[in-house]
Design a protein around this ligand. Structure first.
Ligand code: ADP
Ligand code: MG
Length: 309
């Protein structure tokens, strides 16, 4: 399919309900609700780095591609509004692959009322390259930043940790996984409603989404907030198994939210159907520490899982 025909087919399938003009002009023209600020995030999904065509069905690649952007908007407490997709596709890529990729992306977009409002299309010399830009909005001055954590704040995480990396390791070991049975890896759910709830109720002092692993992403909160942190190993909502703790601490691609809150705030056990677990506390200094089940304390170094090359 030619570039023009491909854009036409994407345009037909993308929803036009952006309150403005999307695909078909030199720029999309979008309206941001009055009193709100724009949130903008960009994320690559690269074949061989973030996914493999032999492991990941095309609709899952499209879903994960958009999840990366929606999860960033969620982490600011924002509402996603429009997405822009820049695609570089190898000439030999089957048209059916592209169709299913777009279908997976648009299905997730529709669930969050996000319009695919533009992008770019080119031929790739090697592998599928997809860059997703998501535009969101948040009431002015209310975005939840990484830099807001204060000494004594409690640290919380949504959902469970570790299954995305556990599934990746099984794929690496040559196992075939049925995507529908492993939604955490193949169809991760961006925690948009949780982020919005925390922002509306003004509960979170700092927030980040776990894309590179808890230890690395908590490190980002500590760095930006100029604090340290202590994490209770026993409290982590880790998957079972001998590697459960390691996976929970360092596994990437989780798309769970990690946030801090003043100890006087009562944080619900569940928000928008997602369990919330208290895992530690913000401390003085710049170091992160891990307290093991037996009470021993050690330094926690950012050890986020590398992507698979
Ligand atoms: P220009 O050359 O002016 O950048 P293009 O011909 O590349 O315009 O794109 C035409 C229209 O199609 C634009 O509105 C652009 O945003 C949209 N578009 C191009 N590629 C994609 C894509 N992969 N996904 C969604 N929209 C796209
Ligand atoms: Mg262009």
């Amino acid at each position: 399919m030619s570039e023009r025909a491909l854009i036409q087919s994407i345009r037909r399938r993308a929803d036009g309900g952006s309150g403005g003009r999307g695909i078909g002009d030199d720029c999309a023209v979008l309206r941001i609700p009055p009193g709100q600020e724009a949130l903008i995030t960009a994320d690559f999904s690269l074949e061989g780095v973030h996914f493999r065509r032999e492991w990941h069905p095309p609709d899952a690649v499209g879903h994960r591609c958009l999840t990366r952007g929606l999860s960033d908007i969620a982490a600011m407490g924002g509402t996603p509004r429009a997405a822009f997709l820049s695609l570089a596709l190898p000439a030999e890529l089957p048209q059916a692959w592209v169709d299913r990729f777009i279908a997976g992306l648009l299905k997730l977009a529709a669930r969050f009322s996000v319009t695919l409002a533009g992008g770019d299309t080119a031929q790739s010399p090697a592998g599928v390259l997809a860059d997703i830009v998501v535009l969101g909005s948040v009431p002015a001055g209310q975005a939840i930043l990484r830099s807001g954590a204060k000494l004594g704040d409690f640290i919380y995480v949504t959902g469970t940790l570790g299954s995305a990396i556990a599934d990746l390791n099984r794929l690496r070991d040559g196992e075939k996984l049925r995507p529908k049975l492993h939604p955490k890896h193949f169809y991760p759910e961006p925690r948009v409603a949780v982020g919005q709830f925390l922002r509306e109720k003004r509960l979170a002092s700092a927030m980040i989404d776990i894309s590179d692993g808890l230890s690395t992403d908590l490190g980002h909160i500590c760095e930006e907030s100029r604090t340290g942190a202590v994490v209770q190993a026993e409290s982590l909502p880790a998957i079972s198994g001998k590697d459960g703790l390691t996976f929970a601490l360092h596994g990437g691609d989780e798309y769970e939210l990690l946030f801090t809150a003043h100890p006087k705030h009562r944080i619900p056990k569940q928000i928008a159907g997602v369990p919330i677990t208290r895992i530690g506390e913000i401390t003085r200094g710049r170091q992160m520490k891990l307290v093991r089940a037996d009470g021993t304390k050690e330094v926690l170094k950012p050890g986020g899982w590398e992507h698979f090359g």
